[in-house]
Design a protein around this ligand. Structure first.
Ligand SMILES: [Zn+2]
Length: 330
């Protein structure tokens, strides 16, 4: 995608374009910021801008070169991520990359490697990458894409030029959604608030379906009551059938209790995500004891991790929903 078509992140894009203009790109970048804000897309835009023969300092987005970069088929642009079934990027992948970087580029331009997500490189992979970062081949450009620096070695971090990305404003996300997806202003506003300023996430949804689905699930889990084992079992069974759905619903549960907490602490609707359900949030905030909200929220983190690790979904969800039911006001 050409830089010109990217929404938001103007400062970061200008910095990249200036470096392209002056031929002053660093040999390694760290694109740092939360998921869904467009870091990977911008890494590919940079790769296309370097290789597209039809534009200076940007790409045309339509030529054969641009399309091959976009589709991951360009011989000088590689993406390194976890291999199927793996949770780490390994030293073997880094050694492969190093071997490839030793050859000259096919196009005579830069050889680009996008490591995404870079924060799952294991220790040995990072140490191996360090050698490349310390002595990079002249035509190499490495882009590390990460949502956190926590697991990255300081030696790796110190050799990358850092570009930080943040969520674009909820108002901007809503405006883009309205313009690009043709949803109503009302829906755009709800969706933007719900996804917390992640344009990627917001653009990926079928707005109407998603909003309705969320509402239905919220109504179901917030009406579970103590001793309602049948309700808990039915809900758990339905969620457990689909890993993505179970993660999504847990996220909705988190968002719901988060909103109740915010309303209870601030007495205002500012910062609430489920903005189309303010009435119900206000009502729930008036009857939920604070320690119940906090205990559901603290369970959510654990449940998400367990679901991602593919433990017995149904058991995890039953346990979790019993907890939610116990803490719902009776
Ligand atoms: Zn092009």
């Amino acid at each position: 995608m050409p830089f010109a078509e990217i929404e938001g992140h103007q400062k970061q894009l200008e910095a990249l374009i200036r470096s392209l203009e002056g031929n002053r790109l660093h040999h390694a970048y760290l694109f740092l910021g939360p998921d869904g804000v467009g870091k990977r897309k911008i890494a590919f835009s940079l790769a296309a801008a370097i290789h597209c023969p039809f534009r200076d300092r940007d790409s045309c987005g339509q030529c054969e070169t641009c399309l091959s970069v976009r589709d991951g088929n360009h011989p000088d642009v590689r993406t390194i991520g976890p291999e199927t079934g793996k949770r780490e990027i390994t030293i073997r992948q880094m050694r492969d990359l190093q071997r490839q970087l030793e050859f000259r580029s096919f196009s005579g331009k830069k050889k680009i490697a996008i490591i995404d997500p870079a924060n799952i490189m294991n220790y040995h992979a990072q140490n191996s990458l360090l050698k490349t970062l310390e002595d990079p081949p002249g035509d190499a450009l490495l882009i590390l894409v990460a949502n956190s620096t926590a697991s990255l070695l300081t030696t790796v971090l110190s050799r990358c030029s850092r570009l930080c990305f943040t969520y674009i404003s909820v108002g901007k996300v809503a405006e883009v959604l309205e313009r690009r997806s043709g949803v109503t202003p009302e829906k755009a506003r709800i969706l933007a608030a719900l996804t917390g300023g992640s344009l990627g996430e917001a653009m990926n949804c079928d707005a109407t379906e998603l909003l309705d689905q969320r509402k239905r699930w919220i109504e179901r889990f917030s009406s579970l009551s103590l001793g309602d084992h049948r309700g808990v079992m039915a809900l758990a069974e339905e969620m457990a059938g689909d890993r993505e759905l179970s993660l999504q619903v847990v996220q909705w549960i988190e968002g719901w209790y988060r909103d109740i907490l915010i309303h209870q602490m601030t007495g205002s609707e500012y910062e609430i995500r489920n903005i189309d359900m303010v009435e119900s949030i206000r009502e729930a905030a008036s009857v939920h004891p604070l320690d119940h909200i906090l205990s559901v929220l603290s369970l959510v983190g654990r449940v998400k991790r367990e679901l991602q690790r593919n433990y017995n979904r149904r058991m995890i969800l039953e346990d979790f929903l019993i907890n939610v039911a116990t803490r719902n006001p009776q």
